[in-house]
Design a binder for this molecule. Structure first.
Ligand code: ZN
Length: 390
């Protein structure tokens, strides 16, 4: 068996404390054989020394790869309501353009060290590229249906998309878009599919609360204008809509939660077998110009993961970029914690933690090198890049 040894100024295994001048040994398949700080580094032959920090491959807990062709097309700071309207307009594009953009986006993910992704699918556009990729995917087929009359059609579309993905990928799920965008009738149709891994956008904008709680605001006004006999989903609050409709055996990814009260999030997360709160920092800043209170999420011991969201509302699908945004915004958070969100927590949420998420003996997590690392503050810098070592 041939063994490869990688050494760096720091190794962050994630499931244990960072190791200064650490070494990682892997076999030819990338399985971790050992992680340690050598007593005499000079004694080791065939060790690749790197300047920087070695971390496991990243797990992106929320993306929409099929929107990649919209990169740079939607202006910053529009707010979510306008953004959703633009997305609807731009979905129609030449197939070649959509596919090429998806190929490039998955290539970029690979280059920036991502090894697994929870990807929202409204179409089968991403299917072929995903099949050819080394990245592990959980495909979450999303339904969206504002009015009860749209429920049957939205459900039928989701079933056919689900069938295509499920034939190729384990744990493909049909998931609701958001508390404000799924009618009571559509929730009823979804019920048999709601167990295990699921996902829902929550509290991405204030208008969601205004719509469900008070039947007012820009989202409500838009839907009330478009649809006759429009009625908002039953529940009283976005969180109660989720409580009413998601059974306790679900493992939801609650995505964004920018405007959701952290304590409400804590209460909601107690209801399910496993709840992961997913933050997408760059997208939140791009659309709404604010971030959720992540230090409070941490204090409440929520299970936190990180997503990039799509290139329609982000400059890059690099997880390192999003880690840096979090560390720059919240000086009380440490890289070791945020790295766990970006790796192991995502792997646990997606059910990939038996082999991904941490540099642990027996796992095959992928190894990434972060360069231009700040060894004094133990964090990446604005100049840091990341590349796959293994
Ligand atoms: Zn999303």
């Amino acid at each position: 068996m041939s063994i490869r040894r990688f050494a760096a100024n720091y190794v962050f295994p994630v499931d244990e404390a960072p190791i200064k001048n650490g070494i990682v040994e892997v076999d030819e398949q990338g399985s971790i054989l050992s992680v340690y700080a050598p007593s005499n580094p000079d004694a080791l032959h065939s060790t690749e020394f790197h300047n920087g920090a070695i971390v496991p491959g990243f797990v992106n807990a929320h993306c929409h790869l099929e929107l990649s062709h919209m990169h740079g097309r939607i202006a910053k700071g529009l707010g979510l309501t306008e953004f959703v309207r633009h997305i609807g307009q731009q979905r129609q594009a030449p197939a070649e353009q959509i596919t090429q953009a998806i190929d490039n986006a998955i290539g970029q993910m690979h280059q920036t060290g991502t090894v697994a992704v929870a990807d929202i699918c409204n179409t089968t556009h991403t299917l072929r590229t995903k099949q050819q990729s080394d990245i592990a995917f959980r495909n979450l087929v999303e339904v969206f249906g504002i009015h009860a009359d749209e429920a049957q059609k939205a459900y039928a579309n989701a079933l056919s998309t689900h069938k295509a993905f499920a034939a190729q990928f384990a744990d493909t799920a049909i998931v609701p878009h958001a508390p404000y965008s799924v009618s009571d009738r559509l929730w009823q149709l979804l019920r048999p599919h709601l167990h295990g891994l699921t996902s829902i956008h929550l509290g991405e904008c204030m208008a969601e609360y205004e719509l469900i709680e008070r039947q007012q605001g820009e989202l409500y006004n838009r839907y009330n204008h478009i649809y006759t006999n429009y009625s908002v989903p039953t529940g009283g609050t976005p969180e109660k809509v989720i409580e009413r409709n998601l059974p306790a055996n679900c493992r939801p990814l609650l995505v964004h939660c920018t405007y959701t009260h952290p304590k409400t999030l804590h209460t909601l997360s107690q209801r399910f077998a496993q709840t992961t709160v997913v933050t997408c920092p760059e997208s939140n800043l791009y659309l709404e110009g604010r971030l959720p209170n992540l230090p409070e999420w941490q204090r409440l011991q929520l299970h936190i993961a990180i997503g990039t969201d799509s290139l329609a509302s982000a400059s890059t699908l690099s997880m390192l970029h999003n880690i840096n945004l979090i560390l720059d915004a919240f000086s009380t958070l440490h890289f070791t914690e945020v790295l766990r969100w970006a790796t192991l927590n995502g792997a646990v949420a997606l059910g990939f933690d038996t082999y991904l998420g941490s540099i642990t003996i027996g796992k095959r997590p992928g190894l990434c090198l972060i360069d231009h690392f700040d060894f004094t503050h133990l964090r990446p810098t604005a100049q840091s890049g990341v590349r796959k070592l293994m």
